[in-house]
Design a binder for this molecule. Sequence first.
Ligand code: SAM
Length: 215
Amino acid sequence: MHFIPEELDTYVVKHSQKEPELLQQLTRETYQKILQPRMLSGPYQGRVLSMLSKLVNPKNILEIGTYTGYSALCLAEGMQNNGALHTIDINEELEDFQRKYFNLSPYGNKIHQHIGDATKIIDSINLTFDLVFIDADKPNYSNYFELIINKMNPGGIILSDNVLWSGKVIQKIKKDDITTKALLDYNKLLVEDERVETVLLPIRDGLTISRVTSI
Ligand SMILES: C[S@@+](CC[C@H](N)C(=O)[O-])C[C@H]1O[C@@H](n2cnc3c(N)ncnc32)[C@H](O)[C@@H]1O
């Protein structure tokens, strides 16, 4: 969905950093071989994630929702040399695809894959994080927030994707639409919770930046 006119959107992309060749290759292969390729972050949001990660320069990064590894590779671009990126996905069929591209990048040995339900895995990763990207099942966003908030370093950044849910957050909710309801609750939680400072950016499907104040 385009939240700004398509022509302006094209101009924005054209005047932003170009997508690295490896990510173009990953995108092509995702479209050829993997279901639901629209789940990819895509070139513009990918460059935003890369830029934010470079600004934060995190040691430890956590990603919830790896898919084919696109956003993990973007976030890894800003990671410290001695850093680590832990990424979780419930779909074990994606593991080899992700590893192939992680190994083709300069970050292969710093990216750790976890396969399974993120609600069960997060606690077992014995680290604190400077940067977290939440991009998995939307009904669990608030649960993910509660699971990670005590693992965040002060000043750490939590990024949450798809928070505008194609604009459904301002439309009348259908009775059985648990996803929109969950995102409305999550967006409210982020803006009201005093442990974070939050700005929702109307980038792509909505990307929230929350900075951890005190724990
Ligand atoms: C939108 S895709 C992630 C896209 C990826 N971050 C990117 O930008 O390229 C969401 C992913 O979350 C995974 N997922 C869904 N429920 C999950 C859960 N409970 N725990 C871990 N991963 C989950 C799905 O298998 C899917 O690959």
